[in-house]
Design a protein around this ligand. Structure first.
Ligand code: URP
Ligand code: ZN
Length: 465
């Protein structure tokens, strides 16, 4: 054996057991007692710590261009940060560019990431134009290992929006070919109407970003997307859910037995719209916007009761300089927040340690469910013999205050700055190799690979994660 992790409390979505794990050739080779395993080259003592499946982040925008800025991270520094924070696989986006086809975006993204990523990655295809040629590429994209898609129901001015007329054939063809369609659900007409009114009245400060995107605007678009997918008999994934009305809609759809899934993000679970009223409020602009405390509580409830399947970072590493592009008007600020390195630590500290979710539920929503929904399971998201040995060791006693000092992608601010963490990942193992230890990256650039995904029939036919 290459490695034995012993004495830890090993966590699965349904149980926690004190067992040892043997790892060989990058895979989990045994689960039981170290004495019964063949001799190993290295032992890691995880006494007093949790051993959880390596995090799978379902939503990152590494080094992505958006609203006139390009995110500061890169596929090496970004995935280093993810690894430090207990994530061993990221699912990023291949963003179709104007005048080009979705497969061009996939090729370009693969070129950007391959040889640089330090942990494994997969991709979603993000179509922004539904030409016949683009739609014709969908079966091939799915067959090539990219079965999940994202469409923006907003960002009309930015020319990224897919309207309902185009959404229908897109979801239909994705569903007919074993893929999973999903949307960024906001109602463009409400937003444009409220933005025009705010700007006419000279209301351009950051809080107007939230005031022009009220909760019902998100709920309406989600409801519409749910009805469209119901009409088509298709599975559906809601990206970055932020409102309590949306939790209710998803809960109801899943109660009906429909294959509906949704994620929320670390920031919607912890930060309120009051951040937008601070002097540095423009930094906190993301879409959907940060919400009030009652939405935060509903999201935690949805996470605990099984309505919300996953927690994403929605990593978008815009710097203070990028954010200042909108210093005179909220609608010019590049939308998005950095912080994929804090997704697992915050879920553990704010969720498990505060009694909002169990450690088992944390393993499900940060890893296992994501791998299942997006067709990476059981290679990823599983502690099973034969699965990739992607593991995170969490010390529940490690106290930490969030700072940006050690961030590999050298961002100059964090929305979570100053947050106190009770418990943190102290070691991350990717494919059997230690890649991060005590907040430092110790792995190798280029050690990660693209992972082809294939979504199971079970996920596409009923709420199975
Ligand atoms: O504000 C956000 N979420 N920015 C990233 C792009 C997107 O909408 O996912
Ligand atoms: Zn989005």
């Amino acid at each position: 054996m290459d490695l034995i992790v012993k004495n830890g409390r090993v966590v699965w979505p349904d149980v926690t057991l004190e067992v040892d794990l043997a790892i060989d050739d990058g895979k989990i080779a045994g689960i039981g007692h170290a004495g019964a395993f063949p001799k190993a080259d290295r032992f890691i003592d995880a006494a007093g710590k949790f051993v959880v499946p390596g995090g799978v982040d379902p939503h990152t925008h590494i080094h992505a261009p958006f609203m006139g800025a390009t995110a500061k991270d890169d596929f090496d520094t970004g995935t280093m940060a993810a690894a430090i924070g207990g994530t061993t696989t990221v699912i990023d986006f291949a963003f179709q560019q104007k005048g080009k086809l979705p497969m061009d975006a996939i090729e370009a993204r693969r070129k950007e990431a391959d040889g640089k990523v330090v942990i494994d990655y997969a991709l979603h295809s993000n179509l922004v134009a539904a030409s016949d040629e683009a739609i014709a590429q969908i079966p091939r994209i799915i067959a090539d290992g990219i079965p999940s898609f994202k469409f923006f129901m907003v960002y009309r001015k930015e020319e990224l929006m897919i309207d309902d007329g185009n959404l229908i054939p897109l979801i239909e063809v994705i569903n007919n070919n074993g893929g999973l369609a999903g949307c960024h659900t906001e109602n463009v007409a409400i937003i444009e109407h409220l933005q025009a009114e705010a700007i006419r009245k000279g209301n351009r400060s950051p809080i107007y970003h939230a005031l022009t995107r009220p909760p019902l605007n998100e709920a309406e678009a989600l409801n519409r997307a749910l009805f469209i997918s119901k009409y088509l008999g298709a599975a559906f994934y809601d990206y970055h859910l932020s409102v309590k009305e949306g939790v209710d809609l998803v809960r109801e759809a899943r109660r009906e037995g429909r294959p509906v899934y949704c994620e929320t993000t670390t920031h919607y679970l912890t930060l309120t719209e009051d951040m937008l009223k601070r002097p540095d409020g423009l930094n906190f602009i993301c879409s959907p916007p940060l919400r009030s405390r009652e939405h935060i509580e509903a999201l935690w409830q949805g996470l605990a009761d099984g309505t919300i399947s996953a927690v994403a970072s929605d990593q978008a590493a815009f710097t203070l300089e990028h954010k200042r592009m909108g210093k005179d008007s909220f609608d010019k600020v590049p939308n998005g927040l950095p912080g994929m390195e804090f997704r697992v630590p915050i879920l553990f500290s704010e969720g498990v340690q505060k009694g909002r979710i169990s450690i088992n539920r944390m393993a499900a929503v940060t890893s296992t469910n994501v791998a299942k929904i997006f067709g990476l399971y059981p290679k990823k998201g599983a502690i099973q013999v034969g699965s990739d040995a992607d593991l995170v060791i969490i010390d529940p006693k490690a106290e930490k205050k969030i700072t940006i000092d050690d961030c590999p992608y050298k961002i100059d601010w964090s929305p979570f700055d100053g947050m106190k963490l009770q418990g943190s990942p102290v070691m991350t193992i990717s494919k059997g190799k230690v890649v991060a230890e005590n907040g430092k990256f110790v792995g190798k650039a280029g050690a990660g690979e693209f992972v082809k995904a294939k979504i199971s029939e079970e996920i596409l036919k009923r709420p199975a994660a």
